[in-house]
Design a protein around this ligand. Structure first.
Ligand code: F6R
Length: 231
């Protein structure tokens, strides 16, 4: 795992944007695996800037989003459809964006295969070590699937809703195998709340109680974090 330790969130966002821009410039028809949450907002703002400056062209790119709440209407402003559209897609010339759907999770993995696999997968990390909505548990679930959200995740995500009760209790997420098949993974972690999870990735064995530790077994992971998230 390559580690890029940045001074702050701004520097992290620029570094991550450089990696995505390089990927897209080298392979214009890249399949991008994209995440939501607070962490990638700066990265998406940088990518939009690069696009406006003519430094990056998304026209041949396809995106496969990491996850989505379930059930949720796509025009709900807390849906991941809405988030991605507002924070990236509507500002750039991306050709196609796909989200996992509860109707047929298996079709999502088949689509990833048909597209030749995910070239670059972006991940944030939960305070509990989740990636996507692969929550801590006794086992890691391989394919894209529907899952319940843990108390910790519901609490962490309540900041986006009027109350904790409004947070959907389930989501559909790329599975661990779907993520691990990506050719390159960029994992971003910002802030002291992520430090425990990050330190587990670096120190411990692979442990389904901290799903992000599986990334130790991936051959091409770049961890980008700020000083608060790592020793
Ligand atoms: C988002 C996702 C989640 C987040 C994680 C960190 O699509 O799948 O795993 O990456 O919960 O969220 P933030 O970035 O809000 O701290």
């Amino acid at each position: 795992m390559k580690i890029i330790k940045c001074k702050n969130y701004e520097e992290m966002s620029v570094k991550a944007a450089e990696i995505f821009a390089q990927q897209i410039n080298e392979k214009p028809d890249s399949v991008l695996g994209l995440a939501t949450g607070s962490t990638p907002l700066g990265l998406y703002a940088e990518l939009i800037k690069m696009y406006n400056d003519g430094k990056i062209d998304f026209s041949k790119c396809v995106s496969l989003n990491l996850d989505e709440y379930s059930p949720i209407a796509y025009d709900n402003d807390q849906s991941y459809h809405y988030f991605m559209n507002e924070n990236l897609f509507k500002h750039v010339n991306i050709s196609e964006s796909n989200f996992p759907s509860e109707d047929d999770p298996k079709a999502y993995d088949a689509l990833a295969e048909e597209l030749g696999g995910i070239d670059i997968q972006l991940l944030g990390i939960g305070e509990n070590g989740h990636i996507g909505f692969n929550e801590p548990g006794d086992v890691l679930i391989a394919p894209t699937h529907m899952t319940g959200l843990t108390e910790s995740t519901i609490k962490a995500n309540a900041r986006f809703f009027e109350s904790e009760d409004d947070v959907p209790k389930a989501a559909i997420t790329m599975g661990i195998a779907t993520i691990m098949k990506a050719k390159k993974v960029v994992l971003m972690a910002s802030g002291a709340k992520k430090r425990d999870a990050v330190m587990k990735i670096l120190a411990d064995n692979i442990d389904p109680q901290c799903p992000a530790t599986i990334l130790k077994a991936h051959p091409d992971v770049i961890l980008i974090c700020d000083e608060e998230a790592i020793d």
